[in-house]
Write a protein that binds this ligand. Sequence first.
Ligand code: GLY
Length: 317
Amino acid sequence: MWGMIATWRMALEGVGKGAEMLRQGGDAGDAVERAVREVEDFPYYKSVGYGGLPNEDMEVELDAAFMDGDTLDIGAVAAIKDYANPVSIARRLSGEPVNSVLVGEGAERFAHKEGFERKNMLTDRAKAFYRKRKKEDEQELKPYKGHDTVGMVCLDQKGKMTAATSTSGLFMKKKGRVGDSPIAGSGFYADSKVGGASATGLGEDLMKGCISYEIVRLMKEGLHPQEACERAVLSLDRELKERRGKAGDLSLIAMNNKGEWGAATNIQGFSFVVAAEGAEPKVYLATLGEDGRCTFQEASREWMEDYMRTRMAPVEE
Ligand code: GLY
C-alpha cells in the first residue's frame, strides 16, 4: 500500500514522479522531495519556486518545509532568496537536532555551506506580473487567484508518512512576511502512526486554526480523512466569520496511514492530485456546496487543456 495527495493541479507532474518511486518501493521522504522539486523547477507555476511571484520589493522570498512522520523530524526555511529548491534545504534541516527552522540570511548561509544550488528565482515573466500589478489600482492583500502553495502528503510501502510544502507566499507580500507553509501544524503535519495533512490558502488565517495538526488530531480520534478535513475547515471558516466577519481561503488535503484520503475547502475552484496503488495520478476538482460540504469530480480533458493554456499564456501588461 502506498499513496500521495497534493494541493493544486500544478502538483500533477511531480506526483507522477513521486508515485513511480513509491510504486518501486521508494522512501516517502525521497518521493515527496522529488515531487515538490518538480513543481519548484517549473517556471510557469507562479506561486512556487522558480517563477514564483515576488514581494512588494520585487524579490522572490520562498518558504518550504519537510516533516518525517516516523521520527517527527521537521525542517523548514522561510523568506529564503536565490536558492533553487527550498524543499531540499528544508529536508536537510530536518536532520538537524537543533536550528532546524531557519529564516532569510541564516537559511541562505546554511544552504550555501551545504552546497545547495544557487539560482536567481525571479523570471522575466514574474517581473511582468509585478509591473502589471503595480499599475492596477486594487492592492488588497489576498492570495493570487487560483494558485498557491504546493503541499503534499505521502505514504510509502513501509508505512512511513511524510509531508512537504513549498511556496512563494502572497504576491506583493511585505519583505520578511512568513505564511503557514513553513509552520508545523499549520501548513503541514505528518505522523506515520496516524496520517498527514497540508494546507493552501491565506496563511494568516490557516495559522489561526493550526489546521493541519487539527486534521491529524481528528484522524487520530478515528475520523476518516474526508470527515476530518471537512470538520476542520468548516469549523475554522465558521469561527473566523463569527469573530472577524470574514475568512480567507482555506483548502486542505489529508491522507491516513491506510492510504485513505480527503480534501476540503471554503472556496470554489480548488484542485488537487491523488496517486494510489493501481491507478494513474488523477486531478480532482472540488465543488463547494451551500452547506459548506465539498464534492469532487475528476477534471475533464477540456479543463486540463485550458489549465496549461492559461498558465503559459503571455502576460499582457
Ligand atoms: N499559504 C501560503 C501563504 O499564505 O504564504
